[in-house]
Design a protein around this ligand. Structure first.
Ligand code: DCP
Ligand code: MG
Ligand code: MN
Length: 315
């Protein structure tokens, strides 16, 4: 247990020592009832003897309780949207203890600022029904901008989860060109009608005819419910199946099938296609042209796998 806390704190050396020593103490054929039983053991130093003494005497260990508290606070900082484990630790070292402490910190990214501002709301789970309504609403708006576009809620919703962490919306247009510039126009419209209240757009090159998606990550407010997280991605039609598969997940399944694609066939699978690699090595060059797949089912076929329904993709 202990080594896990040291892990979170980034002290890998101590983590390793503790793990080894604790394993050794555990494997003793007798219960340790006095420090004399362990004093001479290899790897047992002064500080460990002191700690064992404390545990034997008081039934607890102050240092461990302190560590637990520290780790708890670091994990809360790391649960803010846009703050990872490493940065959470750094923020802790700088003296930040709670999410509220971050409110006036000027060095946060715009994503992290949103994460702090809407922290309580966006940590609430979203009931499925609300995702249904949201998808329908966004589909209606998209229809006014690009009639005939395909709009699908992906992510945990598509995998059938009863509640979702956010709403993941995937869009394309079957005519192969009307998806270009669509995201910019959609976000502008959703902001205008005050559905979207905050967010950032990552425009790649779906606009210019490439296969990288245009993306938006933000916050919406709908039907007077809580503020919610939304991700919107727009892809060209010919890579839609790959995008849908990737955006449906879950992340573990994605990693597994990408790994399998490489080691079994020497393919590179991504949200933008299935490419032939020069070898099965991790960094080997991949072709620029994807093997065409119209549907998710075809992708699984090309990988020699049975087709899993979305609700069977919760790994
Ligand atoms: N995804 C991935 N790898 C990541 C993050 C995401 O492959 N590191 C893919 C798989 C996810 C999908 O994108 O299923 C959507 O990402 P979300 O973070 O929205 O995750 P989910 O929708 O699966 O779960 P949640 O209910 O928490 O939103
Ligand atoms: Mg999601
Ligand atoms: Mn998401």
């Amino acid at each position: 247990m202990w080594h896990l806390y040291e892990d979170v704190l980034g002290d890998q050396w101590r983590s390793l020592i503790y793990r080894k020593t604790v394993n050794k103490l555990r494997s003793l054929p007798y219960k340790v009832t006095s420090v004399e039983q362990i004093r001479e053991m290899y790897g047992v130093g002064k500080s460990l003897v002191k700690m064992v003494k404390e545990i034997l005497g008081t039934g607890q260990l102050q240092k461990l309780d302190n560590l637990k508290a520290q780790v708890g606070e670091i994990q809360v900082l790391g649960s803010v949207w846009g703050i990872g484990a490493i940065q959470a630790r750094e923020l802790y070292k700088k003296g930040f203890r709670t999410v509220k402490d971050l409110e006036n910190y000027s060095s946060l990214t715009s994503m992290q600022r949103m994460g702090v501002k809407y922290y309580d709301d966006i940590n609430l789970r979203i009931p499925r029904d609300e995702v249904v309504d949201t998808e329908k609403f966004v589909r209606g708006v998209v229809e006014t901008l690009a009639p005939g576009a395909w709009v699908n809620a992906a992510g945990s919703y598509r995998r059938g989860k009863p509640t979702c962490g956010d709403v993941d919306i995937l869009i394309t247009h079957p005519d192969g060109s009307s998806h270009q510039d669509l995201l910019a126009r959609l976000v502008q419209e959703l902001r205008r009608i005050e559905f979207i209240v905050d967010g950032l757009r990552v425009d790649a090159n779906a606009r210019k005819g490439g296969t990288q998606p245009d993306m938006f990550m933000g916050i919406f407010h709908f039907q007077c419910k809580a503020y919610r997280r939304i991700d919107i991605k727009v892809y060209p039609r010919h890579v839609y199946a790959f995008a849908l598969l990737a955006f449906t997940g879950n992340d573990v399944l994605n990693r597994k099938i990408r790994f399998l694609a490489r080691v079994k066939f020497g393919y590179k699978l991504s949200d933008q296609g299935l490419f032939i690699r020069e070898s099965k090595k991790k960094d080997s060059k991949a072709s620029t042209e994807s093997i065409p797949c119209e549907t998710e089912r075809e992708i699984f076929e090309k990988l020699g796998l049975d087709y899993p329904e979305p609700h069977d993709r919760n790994w």
